[in-house]
Design a protein around this ligand. Structure first.
Ligand SMILES: *Cc1c(COP(=O)(O)O)cnc(C)c1O
Length: 423
C-alpha cells in the first residue's frame, strides 16, 4: 500500500519515469495543502481507529496502520522512496542492515534448507550464515564465488543464492545476470546485498534479475554516519512455487493466500511483526534525508576513489591495491558492464605496518563505518573480520597488512597528503 492510501490522500507519490536524481528528492512526499515539503516524523507507537469494525478489519486483514512495530507512516514513506530508487514493488525497512539480511535469509528458508553463498562477504553476514542460521537447521555452502562454483553447490534443498553486488571489502562485483539465470534455472531465488551499490544509484539489482535487494542503509543511504537502518526490496516473486514452505496446503498455502505479494508479506511479518526489528521513525526521517543526496555524494566519491586507487597503485610503500575500477582487479570487466556511474567508494590496500600507518593519520579517521561523508579507514584483519576464520578472511581479500578505506567528500589532494605522510 502506498503511504498516500494509508493516510487517505488520493495522489500516489511514486513517479517512476523520472531520473534517479529527481526521484531521490521528490519521491514519496505527499502533495497538498499543509503537507510538509520533507518527511514528517510520526512519533507514535499506535494509530487510532474510528470504529470497532475498522479495528477488527485491520486485525484480520492487516496492511494499514495500527501499531508501529508493523507500520509507521514515516517508515512507510522511506520504504516508498527506496522502492522508487531500487526499482522495487515492495520494501521493508528495518533497524539495521544486519536485521535486513536476517529477514531476507529467513523469509525463504526453514529447518532443513540450504543456502549457497559467495565467499567475499561482510563479516556480519558470514556470522549469520555460519553461526546463527545453523541454530535453526539452515546450512550454507560458501563457494569460490564463480558462477560455475555457485551452480555446482546447489542441492535439492537449496532455496537461495546470496552474494554482494560489490563486496565489502574486496570489491568483487557479482555477475548478477548470470547468477540470476543460475538461480532461476534451479527454481530458487537470487538475493543481492546492494549496500555498496548505494541505494540503487550505482546499480539496481532487481532490474538485472535479482529477486531481492538487501542493503545496510547505515552506509551510503544515510551517508553521514549518524543513523542505522536496513532494507529488503523485492519484486513480484518468481520462483517460489518450487519452495515447499510456500506451496504446502494448496489454496491455504502462503502462495495461495498472498499471491505475488507473498515474499513482501512474509518479510514484513518476520522482520516487523514477529521479530520486532522495527526502524524508528526519526531514523527513517534521517535516512530519507540522506537518500536525497546519495547520487551527488557518490559521483564525487567515485571520482576521488578512482584517483586515490590509481595513485596508491604506484606508491612505493603500498604492496597491493584492490579497487574494481583498476584494470588489474579480477572484477574490472564485470564492473565496466554493471557500474556505468562509478565503481563505488570502497577499496583496500596493503601497507607494511598497519598500526603505524593508522596511528600516523591526521585527517583520515579510524572507524568501521562505510559511506560516511568523511574518509574512514579500518584494519579488517583485527576488527571487522577479526572473528571470521582465517581462511575465510583470506578468501574475503583480508590479509594482515590490509587497510580498508571508504572515501568521503574531502578534497582529494588533502587525502593524498595525509596518506602519504602516514606511509
Ligand atoms: C554494514 C554492512 C551490513 C550490515 O549493516 P548494519 O547496518 O551495520 O547492520 C551488511 N552488508 C554490508 C555489505 C555492510 O557493509
Amino acid at each position: 500500500m502506498h503511504y498516500s492510501e494509508a493516510m487517505g490522500h488520493d495522489e500516489a507519490p511514486t513517479i517512476p519515469p523520472w531520473d534517479y536524481s529527481t526521484r531521490a528528492v521528490q519521491s514519496a512526499i505527499p502533495r497538498g495543502l499543509g503537507q510538509s515539503i520533507g518527511f514528517p516524523v510520526h512519533a507514535a507507537a499506535a494509530f487510532q481507529f474510528t470504529s470497532l469494525e475498522e479495528a477488527q478489519q485491520e486485525f484480520i486483514q492487516g496492511g494499514g496502520l495500527s501499531y508501529a512495530r508493523l507500520q509507521n507512516p514515516t517508515v512507510r514513506m522511506l520504504e516508498e522512496r527506496i522502492n522508487s530508487l531500487e526499482g522495487a514493488d515492495h520494501t521493508l525497512a528495518v533497524a539495521s542492515g544486519q536485521s535486513a539480511t536476517f529477514t531476507a535469509l529467513m523469509s525463504v528458508c526453514r529447518a532443513g534448507d540450504h543456502i549457497v553463498s559467495a565467499p567475499t562477504l561482510f563479516g556480519g553476514s558470514v556470522g549469520l550464515l555460519q553461526n546463527v542460521l545453523p541454530l535453526m537447521g539452515i546450512e550454507t555452502t560458501f563457494t569460490d564465488g564463480s558462477p560455475e562454483g555457485m551452480r555446482a553447490a546447489i542441492q535439492p534443498n537449496t532455496r537461495l543464492l546470496w552474494a554482494e553486488m560489490i563486496s565489502n571489502p574486496s570489491g568483487d562485483v557479482a555477475d548478477i545476470e548470470l547468477l540470476a539465470e543460475i538461480a532461476h534455472d534451479a527454481g530458487i531465488l537470487l538475493a543481492i546485498d546492494n549496500t555498496v551499490g548505494a541505494a540503487g544509484y550505482l546499480i539496481q539489482p532487481l532490474a538485472h534479475g535479482a529477486d531481492m535487494s538487501v542493503q545496510s542503509l547505515t552506509k551510503w543511504a544515510g551517508g553521514h554516519g549518524s543513523v542505522m537502518g536496513g532494507s529488503v526490496s523485492v519484486n513480484a516473486t518468481r520462483e517460489l512455487s518450487a519452495n515447499p514452505m510456500f506451496t504446502e496446503g494448496g489454496e491455504h498455502s502462503l502462495l495461495g493466500l498472498h499471491g505475488d505479494r507473498v515474499l513482501a508479506v512474509r518479510q514484513r511479518w518476520l522482520g516487523g511483526s514477529q521479530l520486532g526489528m522495527t526502524l524508528a521513525p526519526h531514523s527513517a526521517f534521517l535516512l530519507a534525508q540522506g537518500l536525497e543526496t546519495v547520487g551527488v555524494r557518490l559521483d564525487r566519491e567515485c571520482v576521488t576513489a578512482q584517483t586515490l586507487a590509481e595513485w596508491l597503485s604506484s606508491h612505493p610503500k603500498v604492496s597491493s591495491v584492490s579497487y574494481c575500477g583498476l584494470p588489474d582487479h579480477p572484477s574490472y570487466e564485470t564492473a565496466q558492464k554493471y557500474l556505468p556511474r562509478g565503481k563505488g567508494a570502497i577499496m583496500t590496500f596493503d601497507v607494511p605496518d598497519p598500526a603505524r600507518f593508522l596511528e600516523g593519520l591526521q585527517l583520515l579517521r579510524i572507524a568501521p563505518n562505510l559511506g560516511d561523508t568523511r574518509t574512514l579507514v579500518v584494519h579488517p584483519w583485527t576488527t571487522t573480520h577479526g572473528r571470521v576464520p582465517e581462511a575465510r578472511r583470506e578468501a574475503a581479500g583480508v590479509r594482515p597488512g590490509t587497510i580498508r578505506m571508504t572515501v568521503g567528500l574531502e578534497d582529494v589532494q588533502d587525502l593524498m597528503a595525509d596518506i602519504d605522510q602516514a606511509l
